[in-house]
Design a protein around this ligand. Structure first.
Ligand code: MEV
Length: 437
């Protein structure tokens, strides 16, 4: 069905359908991508070899003793808001890249996928303790708001010239075990940056001024990664018929998917693993693009717990003959500055994606998380995860047992046929095949 489906024309004029991509060699895959955003021979060589040279690594952190490589894969088939995307993922776990591409293919052929990043606003916090009259301090700060925002904006004229800058400043009285505190939030439109530098610089300028106004003690001045004023939402809908699997009708698979979501939404034990599956689709893109995946992890999990219970970050329901899946997450990512530019591999990956806007990157990331979740749940509610991932698991076991190239493919095939994927059996098969040669 996939092969015979007419090639879709998308608003980018490029198709992310690459039938048989997985069968090619690494070099052939890179050449195939020439039809997309062509990479120079040097860039291709860098991706195939050392994407982070030692001298660059030595400047990035302390006490460097080497670099640590990970596989970089490309998930194909994504169409988001009518435009095709290639989705690079740096990740060590088998099946994730393939699963994302499979879900994307299912949706491009049987439904649609849309996403919207609502804003590029990051917030920072100033912590004041021992404020003698918090209500009065809030009034004084509110009255000075315009002036304070002006001072904040003087700290980053470049950001302001790009259309960003400090937008809002508001106060919260926070009850803590050490007594009430006054917390001041500064909201900054950071445009295409992650924004930590810009926000922290503004906070450290405003902190002493505000502490003076409030007559309180100044403590922390730091960005919050919980950027819940800049949520990204993604949504797919697909015809349930395309979900048919073995003895289950498509409608039944869709109903089982909804049941699986309801389980995750009601139970933190399941939600943790469910959301881990979502992050499988997200972290790889963050790493490949040089973004701070710990910031995004922390924000997504905090957002999942915003009602007081840790819940699913995705939602599923059925409308008529359609299954609808949705995700809503805070994504603190950047396209400019920081590691995105320092790491040569990350810069090449961003070029390959053909994206220059933070909001667009957020939309791709949210879609990858949602589709990864769909893929995992589809396997769980049908074949089960072990069977569903048997092929790739077998290939890994074959490699661990000492096979590579053609031999690994043959050993994996035999393991799968026998239905017994163990290291010992892989070793036996390798020995048998080698002795025949
Ligand atoms: C494994 O990396 C991810 C899953 O456990 C996610 C899930 O259970 O939904 C398969």
């Amino acid at each position: 069905m996939a092969e015979s489906h007419p090639k879709q024309v998308t608003s980018s004029g490029k198709s992310s359908r690459f039938p048989g991509f997985y069968k090619l060699s690494v070099a052939e895959r890179l050449d195939k991508l020439d039809a997309w955003h062509p990479l120079t021979p040097e860039e291709k060589a860098r991706l195939r070899g050392q994407s982070l040279p030692l001298d660059k690594a030595d400047m990035m952190i302390e006490n460097v003793v080497g670099t640590f490589a990970m596989p970089l894969g490309v998930a194909v088939n994504f169409t988001i808001n009518g435009k095709d995307y290639l989705v690079p993922m740096a990740i060590e776990e088998t099946s994730i890249v393939a699963a994302a591409g499979n879900s994307a293919q299912l949706i491009r052929e049987n439904g649609n996928l849309t996403a919207k990043c609502e804003a590029t606003v990051m917030e920072g916090q100033i912590q004041l303790t021992d404020v003698p009259d918090i209500a009065k301090a809030i009034n004084v700060i509110n009255e000075a708001k315009a002036r304070l925002l002006g001072i904040a904006n003087e700290q980053d004229r470049m950001l302001v010239s790009l259309g960003g800058g400090a937008r809002d400043l508001y106060c919260r009285k926070l009850e803590t075990e050490g007594g009430p505190m006054l917390i001041i939030h500064l909201a900054v439109d950071v445009r295409d940056a992650m924004g930590a530098n810009a926000v922290n610089t503004m906070l450290e300028t405003l902190g002493p001024l505000i502490a003076d106004m409030a007559k309180g003690d100044l403590h922390l001045q730091i960005i919050t990664n919980l950027c819940d004023k800049s949520l990204t939402r993604a949504r797919f809908e697909i015809n349930v018929d395309c979900l048919k699997w073995s003895k289950f009708t498509g409608k039944q698979v869709a109903e089982r998917l909804v049941r699986a979501y309801q389980f995750a939404d009601a139970d933190p034990y399941r939600a943790t693993t469910h959301n881990k599956g979502v992050m499988n689709g997200i972290d790889g893109i963050l790493i490949a693009t040089g973004n701070d995946w710990r910031a995004v992890e922390a924000a997504c999990h905090a957002y999942a717990a915003r009602t007081g219970r840790y819940r699913s970050v995705t939602r599923y329901h059925i409308e008529g003959d359609k299954l609808i899946g949705e995700i809503e997450i805070p994504l603190a990512v950047g396209m400019v500055g920081g590691v995105t530019k320092l790491h040569p591999g990350a810069a090449i990956v961003l070029k390959m994606m053909g994206i220059s806007k933070r909001a667009e990157l957020c939309e791709v990331i949210a879609c990858a998380g949602l589709l990864q979740n769909l893929a995992a749940m589809r396997a769980l509610v049908t074949a089960g995860i072990q069977k569903g991932h048997m092929g790739l698991h077998a290939r890994n076991v074959a490699c661990f047992a000492g096979a590579d190239g053609e031999l690994a493919v043959e050993v994996a095939k035999r393991l799968e046929e026998e239905g017994k994927v163990t290291f010992d059996r892989a070793r036996q098969i390798i020995e048998q095949l080698r002795s025949k040669k």
